[in-house]
Write a protein that binds this ligand. Structure first.
Ligand SMILES: CC(=O)SCCNC(=O)CCNC(=O)[C@H](O)C(C)(C)COP(=O)(O)OP(=O)(O)OC[C@H]1O[C@@H](n2cnc3c(N)ncnc32)[C@H](O)[C@@H]1OP(=O)(O)O
Ligand SMILES: O=C([O-])CC(=O)C(=O)O
Length: 384
């Protein structure tokens, strides 16, 4: 039987909507968590300059600040560390699932899967009270290092290294990955990178977590979505891509010619450029200082020269400056992380920012659902 369908009037004159491609320049909501200011080239976490936090605080203190809005007192920090250290071990269910995954799986896919398993195994997954949300956030923050470390070790055929609860977050992360605690200069550089990566307002992955939260989905679903968004090379995947670029270029004296070819081929140069900062990323000088300390510690002037040569050539040709992924990539390489593990390290840090935003979104929610301008076929009808 034929149905008669309503026919709409497509001839009505409508005003052309203004398109905000990529949401560039669009202010979507307020946030009290961080302030990115491209004019002053500054980044504040809850009002504190990130450079000051990197110089004077541990990643644990910064995580507490981002979640609670204030730096912890000594007692609050001790209690926070106790809770975090108690949850550091790799959950058995997660280990089993990781063992099922092929060694060829990208570490970001392994981590995304592992977080999904943690979510599916948590009976409080859909409890969205502020207390439960914070507990889940701390649980992920505490467990992600074990997942990342275990995955890198299994690729090398190495046994799992159990966490140590006498070590701070960064020293323990390195211990679980490499089987020992490296020198202070390495632990400090790692801690600085965690602080710098922790939060950056409405970047693509954080916005993804807010979109998912706005539908009233649970925190784990939002985090899994955030991991997916972070994986791309235009966002977090760039720290891995920077190292592939260094491998491809090879030596400092080849950087300029390599860049000319890459730009002629219209390639994007990974680790350069930023949607918000157009005069340099506020975090780069701090991370570059840590990278310099590592270059000296590991006696790798060749890598430092390559870094400088590519930056100089890129500035001369395009005046596009490095973003945080540019110094972080070689820093993680020097520490001994596999290149594919760099973006999971970004997740280990950004879990703090994501979950702070998830809680902020939930506290003042409105479904995120923008409009689109239709550019498809004019209205038409099925023949017959
Ligand atoms: C922690 C982070 O997530 S930071 C970002 C990490 N990502 C990267 O490092 C990837 C490389 N960088 C990029 O692709 C871009 O700079 C982005 C995606 C980060 C920002 O991009 P947008 O704000 O959309 O700027 P857009 O892509 O429009 O760039 C403006 C112009 O600069 C060029 N440009 C920007 N970045 C680069 C780059 N890295 N290499 C080459 N050209 C670039 C663009 O090609 C464009 O040129 P055109 O006007 O001639 O077309
Ligand atoms: O802010 C952005 O668009 C990307 C970025 O630097 C981050 O997420 O740290």
């Amino acid at each position: 039987m034929r149905r008669s369908l309503p026919v709409s009037d497509s001839s009505a004159i409508v005003e052309e909507p203004r398109i905000h491609k990529g949401l560039a320049g669009v202010v979507v909501d307020t946030t009290a968590i961080s302030k990115v200011n491209p004019e002053t080239n500054s980044l504040l976490y809850r009002g504190y300059p990130v450079q000051e936090l990197a110089a004077l605080c541990s990643f644990e203190q910064v995580a507490y600040l981002l979640w609670h809005g204030e730096l912890p007192t000594e007692e609050q920090l001790a209690e926070f560390e106790r809770v975090e250290r108690a949850q550091r071990a790799l959950p058995v269910a997660v280990r089993r699932i990781i063992d099922e995954l092929p060694l060829t799986a990208h570490p970001m896919d392994v981590l995304r899967t592992a977080v999904s398993v943690i979510g599916a195994s948590d009976p409080r997954a859909s409890d969205d009270s502020p207390e439960a949300e914070l507990e889940k956030a701390i649980g992920l923050y505490a467990r992600i290092p074990a997942i990342v470390a275990y995955d890198q070790r299994r690729r090398h055929g190495d046994d799992v290294v159990e966490p140590r609860d006498d070590l701070g977050y960064s020293a323990n992360f390195l211990h679980m990955t490499f089987g020992d605690v490296p020198e202070l200069v390495v632990v400090d550089a790692f801690d600085v990178s965690m602080i710098l990566y922790a939060e950056h307002s409405f970047n693509a992955s954080t916005f993804t977590t807010r979109v998912i939260t706005s539908t009233l989905a649970d925190l784990y679903s939002a985090v899994v979505g955030g991991i997916g968004a972070l994986k791309g090379p235009l966002h977090g995947g760039a720290n891995e891509a920077v190292m592939h670029t260094f491998d491809e270029v090879g030596r400092a004296d080849k950087a300029a010619a390599w860049l000319d070819t890459a730009l002629a081929e219209k390639r994007k140069i990974m680790g350069f450029g930023h949607r918000v900062y157009k005069h340099g990323d506020s975090r780069v000088p701090t991370m570059k200082t840590s990278l310099d300390a590592l270059l000296e510690h590991y006696d790798r002037p060749d890598l430092g020269a390559l870094y400088d040569a590519l930056e100089t050539a890129m500035t001369a040709r395009k005046n596009i400056l490095p973003n945080l992924d540019y110094p972080s990539g070689p820093a993680y390489h020097l520490m001994g992380f596999d290149t594919e593990t760099f973006t999971p390290l970004f997740v280990a840090s950004r879990i703090v920012g994501w979950t702070a935003h998830i809680m902020e979104q939930r506290a003042s929610n409105s479904l995120i659902r923008p409009l689109s301008a239709y550019s498809g076929h004019d209205e038409r009808h099925v023949e017959g």
